[in-house]
Structure formats: structure tokens, C-alpha cells
Design a protein around this ligand. Structure first.
Ligand code: C2E
Ligand code: MG
Ligand code: MG
Ligand code: MG
Length: 293
């Protein structure tokens, strides 16, 4: 059977597709089956509050383990799922899974933590989006305060009125909203004022250039942080990998950081281990600094 399938694929390949579109073609087929086949999973990346050092929340990130290719990056399969319209179903699966995970952690006696989810642009113009979220949270008995939705500026573009309405309703439910990848898109100042964001996430490309100050990233990062504060919004820096970046962000009074400097996105069981190890390490450090004073 496998051989037969292989032959078919081979035929399609020769009708004029290049390798890239062939891979996309295969991926489209396999993505449709991925939920049912249990190939998706979630990893969680902690966000650390700079001033207190506490882990405040985490971002859930989707992983796809393809039966033949192994892990496929979301950077590759999300755009394809979006093009197919399949992302609506996938993100719904993500929200449900996050709710289940929150409940599982609660059963284990862990303190509840807010989890951020990435929602594709397409959701925000769906009529039943709010109802859908409400139903999922209600069925799982999850407080809306435990969920945060990350959206990018592209989600807003061209649909300002309806997206604004949707976001306001989401906010009224008690769900937090953050603007993801800020600085890479239009970086609109109008959006910041017009939409009910709680948090701005500065894109990792700016953080990467921080120490070298390439592309004026220092003044840009500092300005975004300043602006957010004036607008009563929180700022999270994404992709923080090194101490020199963390130092500058601390100086600029950035609120939270997310990045490899603390942890990669982790499987649920490793996330718990991280939390306890991190907590112990902090507890061990605390008396030392007190003694030094
Ligand atoms: P994003 O939401 O901006 O997520 C941040 C990305 O940065 C993640 O990549 C994360 O693994 C990576 N990252 C975190 N810390 C560091 C660091 O210190 N250094 C570097 N170099 N990278 C870091 P990932 O997991 O590959 O996800 C890529 C993108 O795919 C996400 O960007 C998001 O736009 C999308 N995505 C992921 N999960 C979902 C999902 O469930 N639904 C939707 N619609 N999109 C998702
Ligand atoms: Mg995100
Ligand atoms: Mg981002
Ligand atoms: Mg992104």
C-alpha cells in the first residue's frame, strides 16, 4: 500500500510541481488528519516578571509530529493551515487542550497560571467566535482570567471595525489580549490606542539586535516600552536569550521576558519540573542577597 501511495505521489510530482509545492501538497493532506491522528501537542514557555523574578504566565505553542517527517515547524505548517481554513479547527483544538491542561495541573495541586494562546487572524471575523470560546471555557469550567489571546496586527488590518468589536467582547469576558510580534508589521500607533490590548509583545528580531544596537533597535525597544507605559499596557520582550539583553530590558523597565535565557517551550511534565527547580533556585538565592545587605 505504501508503495502504491508513493507511486501516486510520484505521478503528481511530475505534473509540474516543484519540490516545495509538492511538500505543501502532502502537508495539506496530512494536516487534515493530524487532529484525529493525535499528532499535535502543546509546549509551554514561561514568562518571567523582571522585577519580582516570578513566573507570571506561559505561552502555549503548537507542535506537529509528522508520522514520517518528524517535527514540523509551526512557521511552516501554520501558514498552510491558514490558507486551507483549517486553522480555525486547529486553534479550537489548542484552546480545548489548554483548558484540559489547566485542569490537569489543578488536579495535581499546582497553582493556576494564565496561559496565552495564539489565535490566527481568521477567527476575529467569525460571527460565532465569541460563542465558541465561551462554550469551550464553560464546558471545561475554566475561568476566563486564566486565558490570554495573542493576536498580530495582520489580524486587524482591513477589518478594524469587526475585530475591534470582537476584541472588546473578549476583553469584557475577562480574557486578556496581547499584541504579538509588535514591530514587525505596521507597528501602528493608532491600533495601540484603539484596541483593548493588555500587553504588547516586542518581536524577537528587535531583542536580537539589542546589544549590538543594530538597526537602532535600542531606541525602538525603549520607545515601545515607554509608549506602552503611557497607554497603561504591559510589555513582554520575546526571544530573550542572553544576559546583556536582559540587562538592557531591565534598564528600560520592560515588565516581562520570555525566551531561552529562562527556558525553551517545554512539554507539560517538563514545565512543572522547570517551575519547581526555578522556585527552589530562587528560594536559595533569596537569603543570600538578604545576608549581603
Ligand atoms: P510567536 O507566537 O511569536 O511565538 C514565539 C516563537 O519564538 C516560538 O516559536 C518560540 O518557540 C520562539 N522562541 C521563544 N523563545 C525564543 C528565544 O529565546 N530565541 C528564539 N530564537 N526563539 C524563541 P514557534 O514555537 O516555532 O512558533 C512560531 C510561530 O507559530 C508563533 O510565533 C505563532 O505565530 C505560530 N504559532 C505557534 N503555535 C500556534 C498556535 O497554536 N496557533 C496559531 N494560530 N499559531 C501558532
Ligand atoms: Mg505568540
Ligand atoms: Mg511573537
Ligand atoms: Mg510570530
Amino acid at each position: 500500500r505504501a508503495k502504491e501511495q508513493g507511486k501516486n505521489k510520484y505521478k503528481v510530482f511530475h505534473t509540474g510541481m516543484n519540490i516545495q509545492s509538492y511538500r505543501t501538497f502532502l502537508m495539506q493532506n496530512d494536516l487534515r488528519k493530524a487532529i484525529a491522528r493525535n499528532e499535535f501537542s502543546l509546549v509551554y514557555q514561561p514568562r518571567v516578571h523582571i522585577e519580582s523574578g516570578k513566573v507570571m504566565s506561559a505561552e502555549a505553542l503548537l507542535r506537529w509530529n509528522h508520522p514520517e517527517w518528524g517535527p514540523v515547524s509551526p512557521e511552516e505548517f501554520i501558514p498552510i493551515a491558514e490558507e486551507m481554513g483549517l486553522i480555525l479547527e486547529i486553534d479550537e483544538w489548542v484552546l480545548k487542550s489548554v483548558c484540559e491542561q489547566i485542569n490537569r495541573w489543578k488536579e495535581l495541586g499546582l497553582p493556576s497560571m494564565r496561559i496565552a494562546i495564539n489565535f490566527s487572524a481568521q477567527h476575529f471575523v467569525q460571527r460565532n467566535f465569541i460563542d465558541q470560546i465561551q462554550t469551550i471555557l464553560h464546558d471545561a469550567r475554566i475561568a476566563p482570567e486564566l486565558i490570554e489571546i495573542e493576536i498580530t496586527e495582520t489580524a486587524i488590518l482591513g477589518n478594524e471595525a469587526i475585530v475591534s468589536q470582537t476584541l472588546t467582547q473578549i476583553r469584557q469576558m475577562g480574557i486578556m489580549i496581547s499584541l504579538d510580534d509588535y514591530g514587525t508589521g505596521y507597528s501602528s500607533l493608532t491600533y495601540l490606542k484603539k484596541f483593548p490590548f493588555d500587553t504588547i509583545k516586542i518581536d524577537h528580531s528587535f531583542i536580537q539586535d539589542l546589544a549590538s544596537n543594530e538597526n537602532n533597535s535600542r531606541v525602538i525597544v525603549e520607545s515601545i516600552i515607554w509608549l506602552a507605559r503611557q497607554l497603561n499596557m504591559k510589555v513582554i520582550a520575546e526571544g530573550v536569550e542572553r544576559l546583556d539583553q536582559l540587562k538592557l530590558l531591565t534598564e528600560f523597565q520592560c515588565n516581562e521576558v520570555q525566551g531561552y535565557i529562562y527556558s525553551k517551550p517545554l512539554k507539560p511534565e517538563d514545565f512543572i519540573k522547570f517551575l519547581s527547580a526555578y522556585g527552589e533556585q530562587r528560594a536559595a538565592e533569596q537569603p543570600k542577597t538578604n545576608a549581603a545587605v
